[in-house]
Ligand binder design. Structure first.
Ligand SMILES: Nc1nc2c(ncn2[C@H]2C[C@H](O)[C@@H](COP(=O)(O)OP(=O)(O)OP(=O)(O)O)O2)c(=O)[nH]1
Length: 220
């Protein structure tokens, strides 16, 4: 960053070094995601992006990868890559996926409030893992990938509290693998989070920033 507040940024298309007011927003990547949480994480980190949801049949792809014996973290990695490859845009395209594994089970987003109650009751007082994958593709080829594994240690939650939590937070937790949002009231469900907070929300943000800074796409 120069004294006049200008930062040098590598333009994703021309690869020319631009002097930019860091608040200008020429996108440095395309986010292949409909996730409002992922978009907020990039926006809050002042990483200029354009969001283009990847139209893939995630559930059936996930189920076939699991049926083929892939581990949950490899499933997350493969789905993140598929999403990034699906969105055909020049420059950097970021695909993400998050898989919740509980023992040998994989839990997705809750299909209903009843399903959310059932999921949280199953996870109560137990440990589960979140595998949060991100893959960057450039001109149709993966150039970077990262999977963050987080162990979530849940406290025992009573049935009445779980029901109240779901009813109060349904508008947000319905979009979230595991039927909780850690940054909200969901924090009250946990003893410990052993891993990266951002990865819990759905994006291994710090390893991504490391790569973008090292590569010269982000001033630091
Ligand atoms: N705000 C919030 N969101 C969470 C949390 N845990 C998981 N999520 C969200 C992030 C992702 O949007 C979603 C995981 O599902 P997916 O990886 O399939 O992504 P999603 O279908 O939402 O969007 P995408 O496939 O990227 O278009 O759950 C949390 O604690 N807080």
């Amino acid at each position: 960053m120069q004294a006049n507040g200008l930062g040098e940024v590598l333009h994703p298309l021309s690869n020319k070094v631009l002097l930019l007011d860091v608040h200008m927003s020429i996108p440095i990547l395309t986010l292949a995601s409909s996730s409002q949480t992922r978009q907020a994480l990039l926006r809050n980190a002042a990483i200029p992006f354009e969001a283009v949801p990847a139209r893939i049949d995630e559930i059936s792809l996930r189920d076939s990868l699991v049926a083929d014996g892939h581990t949950p973290r490899n499933v997350a990695d493969a789905l993140a890559e598929m999403k990034a490859l699906r969105v055909r845009r020049p420059g950097l395209v970021l695909g993400c996926d998050q898989i919740l594994s509980f023992g040998t089970e994989i839990l997705g987003k809750p299909s209903s409030q009843e399903n959310a109650i059932a999921q949280l009751s199953k996870l109560s007082a137990q440990r589960h893992k979140l595998h949060s994958a991100a893959v960057l593709v450039e001109d149709g080829k993966p150039i970077w990938r990262h999977v963050s594994d987080v162990t979530m240690v849940m406290r025992r939650a009573s049935a009445p509290y779980i029901a109240e939590y779901v009813a109060r937070n349904w508008d947000t937790i319905q979009h979230s693998a595991g039927a909780y949002t850690l940054e909200g009231e969901g924090a009250r469900l946990f003893h410990q989070v052993q891993g990266d907070y951002f990865a819990v929300l759905g994006l291994p943000l710090l390893p991504l920033i490391d790569f973008l800074v090292t590569r010269g796409n982000l001033p630091s």
